[in-house]
Design a protein around this ligand. Structure first.
Ligand code: IPM
Ligand code: MN
Length: 368
């Protein structure tokens, strides 16, 4: 298979973790007989530095042409006080909207080798295996009117939370289809005791659920969900929620996985005529400027995002499973970065990437 991949390493540790993700993807390509063609673009703070725009037109063109996009991270502290349209994050929101990747899949699972990395009790975390489906192109992140106006006592800020029925329907179908391949349970999360937006959300989700009689649906209010995630994480299979709630809950999920550096994500849009699904793949973590350039960052969130890309954009399930198995093997070996608190000397970012490639071995060339 030929894979056309756009790389957007972005800012901070995004550069280092993307390098390891590419190393792993190249290794998989050789081992399984695929051809990868890369293009590379600017997004985020580096794009502001070089072009004045966090999401340059050239990057937009490249993204629309590629089969899938692999991103590092965006964000630099020097932009902390900049207005929203001049911030690196705006680049990320721009590419998500341009690609129309409305469903953000964030798997959260425990690894036995990492149980002690979580501050939560082992028996509570052990066996956690859920996927958060976060609506990604609507809600408060994009709603208008928005902005800050007035001054003095008249100064005010407005954001708007909007969801249309079709936006809720499509992400709900995505969540139920995923649940069908898992433990067949969807938990929809909202704030319907207060927000009209959530009332519509709950009503539409309930209607769509009727198309999937083999999948059970329950509803949780977001505040209660935040508590249940750390009280009883094993109750969750697929968690379906709107953009901002999903952003917040997925960081909480990182505590279950041991480190936010572990979490991959896949953002999926429509299926192209070629059969490939439009996809944007990025680790959940940020650009971590405090450790950038030190070869310390955990590349496993980025490498897991490569596995997600192989599976969701290209249907290469065997290859994806091989990467996931290699990750498990490396975790068990203890060759992990400092965030996972290994017993011995922590491994560097590129040592972890090399260890994943070694664990992958020769792939089909050997097993066939
Ligand atoms: C995430 C990030 C982004 C978001 C930021 C960087 C805009 O926190 O992907 O979770 O809020 O979506
Ligand atoms: Mn976030």
């Amino acid at each position: 298979m030929k894979l056309n991949i756009l790389l957007l390493p972005g800012d901070g540790i995004g550069v280092e973790v993307t390098r390891e993700a590419v190393k792993v993807l190249n290794h998989v390509a050789v081992a399984y007989g695929h051809e990868v063609a890369y293009s590379e673009g600017l997004l985020g703070g580096i794009a502001i530095h070089k072009t004045g725009n966090p999401f340059p037109d050239e990057t937009r063109e490249l993204a629309l042409k590629a089969d899938a996009t692999l991103m590092g991270a965006v964000g630099l502290p020097e932009f902390d006080n900049a207005p929203p349209e001049k911030r690196p994050e705006r680049g990320l929101l721009g590419i998500r909207k341009t690609l129309g990747v409305y469903a953000n899949l964030r798997p959260v699972r425990s690894y036995s080798a990492l149980l002690d990395s979580s501050p939560l009790k082992n028996e509570l975390v052990d066996g956690t295996d859920m996927i958060i489906v976060r609506e990604l192109t609507g809600g408060l992140y994009y709603g208008t009117p928005r902005g800050i106006s007035g001054s003095g006592a008249e100064e005010k800020a407005v954001n708007t939370m909007v969801y249309t029925r079709p936006e809720i329907e499509r992400v709900t179908r995505m969540a139920f289809q995923l649940a069908r391949k898992r433990r067949k349970k969807v938990t929809s999360v909202d704030k319907s005791n207060v927000l009209e937006n959530s009332q519509l959300w709950r009503r539409v989700v309930t209607e769509i659920a009727a198309e999937f009689p083999d999948v059970t649906l329950d509803h949780l209010l977001v505040d209660n969900c935040a508590m249940q995630l750390v009280l009883n994480p094993k109750r969750f299979d697929v968690v379906l929620t709107e953009n901002l709630f999903g952003d917040i809950l997925s960081d909480e999920g990182a505590v279950l996985a041991g480190s936010i550096g572990m979490l991959p994500s896949a953002s999926i849009g429509e299926q192209r005529p070629s059969g490939a699904w439009v996809g944007l793949y990025e680790p959940v973590h940020g650009s971590a400027p405090d450790i950038a350039g030190q070869n310390k960052a955990n590349p496993l969130g980025a490498i897991g995002s490569v596995a997600a890309m192989l599976e969701y954009s290209f249907g290469l399930v065997e290859e994806a499973q091989a990467v996931n198995r290699a990750m498990e093997e490396v975790l068990n070996s203890g060759r992990v970065t400092a965030d996972l608190k290994p017993a011995g000397t922590p491994a560097t970012t590129n040592q972890v990437g090399d260890a994943i490639c070694a664990a992958l071995g020769a792939g089909r060339a050997v097993t066939a």
